[in-house]
Write a protein that binds this ligand. Structure first.
Ligand code: SAM
Length: 267
């Protein structure tokens, strides 16, 4: 037998709430109807967007948009202050709010732990645009995504038979958490790590998806060895196509064939 818990009286539940929504990458065309409705029904809207033009566009949807940029290290506390004050808060992030973004996940965790309603509404990320613009299907050969510095800070096994997508290469190797870019020497360390799995003449793609409707995606190809001498901007993502062919797993294929024939598998 199951018992339903009595509903919490409405006047005991904290009133504030937060929705973290994604604006997508390209201004105007990627915003979902649900994300738009979260923005329009909010009392306070915070914004962490790709540029000032996008922020101004958002002001057409809601009159009270506050930029999170000046509070770089305190985003979670700034948002939670309004939630705790009982406000219906919407935080708008470019792309998908949950992809390579710490504070949307964190603020949702903190809000829920304090008993507030919190929700994440997905958006079209740089990852989605990259698949479309570069003609990559992650399901064909597999696709691994890493924050570039992770490959330097940790022993990270790479599968060269699959695509490799590296985020935040413009900042690779930064340990200070205080910089917005790092230089050629840092990209050289990345190349040295990647060269364990990829030949130095392996072609890599440096990709920037369009953020304004008038823009085209920017797609540059360079050899891996030339990455240190190639400036990578903070809004670019690096893609390595597979460097090795998939290898057949004969033992497992044989086991599956035995199942297909209605036989008992060897183990
Ligand atoms: C903090 S993450 C934010 C990602 C974002 N949440 C999303 O869903 O795309 C920043 C990284 O996203 C990637 N990025 C941002 N803007 C981009 C763009 N216009 N084109 C390609 N990659 C982009 C870069 O790798 C950049 O270093």
């Amino acid at each position: 037998m199951t018992f339903a818990l009595p509903a919490k009286p409405a006047d005991l539940a904290p009133r504030g709430s937060i929705a973290c929504v994604g604006l997508g990458m390209t201004l105007g065309s990627h915003l979902s109807p649900l994300a738009r409705s979260h923005i329009q029904s909010a009392e306070v809207v915070f914004a962490a967007l790709s540029d000032a033009t996008v922020e101004r566009w958002l002001e057409h949807i809601h009159p009270n948009v506050r930029s999170l940029q000046p509070y770089y290290r305190e985003w979670v506390e700034v948002m939670m202050a309004e939630v705790r004050a009982g406000k219906r808060v919407c935080a708008v992030f470019y792309g998908h709010p949950g992809i390579f973004a710490w504070s949307p996940h964190e603020v949702i965790k903190v809000a829920r732990a304090e008993g507030f309603q919190a929700h994440m509404e997905p958006g079209i990320s740089a990852e989605d645009c990259l698949y479309a613009d570069l003609g990559i299907d992650p399901g064909r050969l597999g696709c691994q995504h890493y924050e570039a510095s992770q490959l330097l800070f940790y022993e990270t096994p790479i599968n060269p038979c699959a695509y490799l997508v590296l985020w935040q290469v413009g900042l690779v190797g930064d340990r200070s958490m205080a910089r917005f870019s790092t230089g050629p020497e840092y990209r050289q360390v990345l190349v040295d790590v990647l060269s364990r799995d990829y030949p130095l003449d392996h072609e890599i793609t440096i990709y920037r998806g369009a953020t304004l409707p008038v823009e085209q995606p920017r797609i540059r190809h360079v050899a891996l060895r030339d990455l240190p001498a190639t400036k990578v901007d903070s809004d670019e993502t690096v893609v390595l196509r597979p460097a090795a062919a998939l290898r057949a797993n004969h033992a497992v294929r044989e086991r599956l064939a035995a199942l297909d024939r209605g036989m008992v598998s060897p183990d």
